[in-house]
Design a binder for this molecule. Structure first.
Ligand SMILES: [Zn+2]
Length: 239
């Protein structure tokens, strides 16, 4: 299937100089420090010594995905972990940042929800479809092996007519695969069995801002809309 080489994707915005890029970031911080922070001083005082996030949010490192913006959350609300491809390595394969963040979120912070959020136009998913594009990026290639299961599922079961269709299906299958991986972590498995933890698989569309959520009961992705019950990937508790 024809796919774009992610190493050849041209940034959408005109390039700014390295110096201007850093100045923009520091100017932003100064505006935050002098204008935004004073208005929310009470909140930051409360957060200075403790956190009680509503949920853990695992998503892609992609700069276009801003969890706090798309969920209208405040500092302290979301325990966020980001990486290339919103991957969750299966338990025991890698004692890395994602696994330790999951354990900490569940056992130390006692979060009741974990959301895995993939997104449209994901460069990681494009690379999974086109592994040769990663020939000079061995670390990314090794990391994205955790998403290979999703490619196999669509290659064996779907006859996609276009790259767009392959990307949409792969992005969904990847979220389902990472939800499976999530359940191999003992802290997660135990709280799921006890009915104390809920897991969610989302796909965020950058162009439209729509979110589709995986519904385990119907084995489908359903749009997140107002007034209806929230689709959930949570298995039934046993204890
Ligand atoms: Zn991505």
């Amino acid at each position: 299937m024809p796919v774009k080489d992610p190493s050849k994707v041209v940034p959408a915005a005109p390039a700014e100089s390295a110096e201007a890029a850093m100045k923009h970031i520091v100017d932003g911080f100064l505006r935050f420090h002098t204008e935004v922070f004073p208005e929310q001083q009470e909140l930051f005082k409360k957060l200075a010594t403790a956190q009680k996030p509503r949920a853990m949010f695992i998503t892609c490192a992609d700069s276009r995905i801003v969890p706090e913006l798309i969920t209208q959350s405040s500092p302290g609300d979301l325990f966020v972990t980001r990486n290339v491809g919103n991957v969750v390595p299966p338990y025991g394969q890698m004692n890395g940042g994602v696994s330790s963040a999951i354990e900490y979120a569940v056992l130390a912070l006692g979060v009741h929800h974990i959301i895995i959020c993939g997104h449209s136009d994901c460069g990681a998913m494009r690379a999974v479809l086109n592994p040769h594009s990663l020939d000079k990026m061995p670390t990314v290639a090794a990391w994205l092996r955790h998403a290979e299961v999703a490619r196999t599922v669509i290659e064996d079961n779907c006859s996609c007519g276009s790259e767009h269709e392959s990307m949409q299906l792969l992005t969904k299958e990847n979220v389902i695969a990472q939800l499976h991986h999530l359940r191999t972590h003992p802290s997660v498995a135990s709280r799921l069995a006890a009915g104390q933890l809920h897991i969610h698989g989302w796909i965020y569309d950058i162009e439209t801002s729509q979110i589709e959520a995986y519904d385990a009961a119907s084995d489908r992705f359903l749009p997140l809309t107002a007034g209806e019950s929230i689709p959930s990937a949570t298995p039934r508790g046993r204890y």
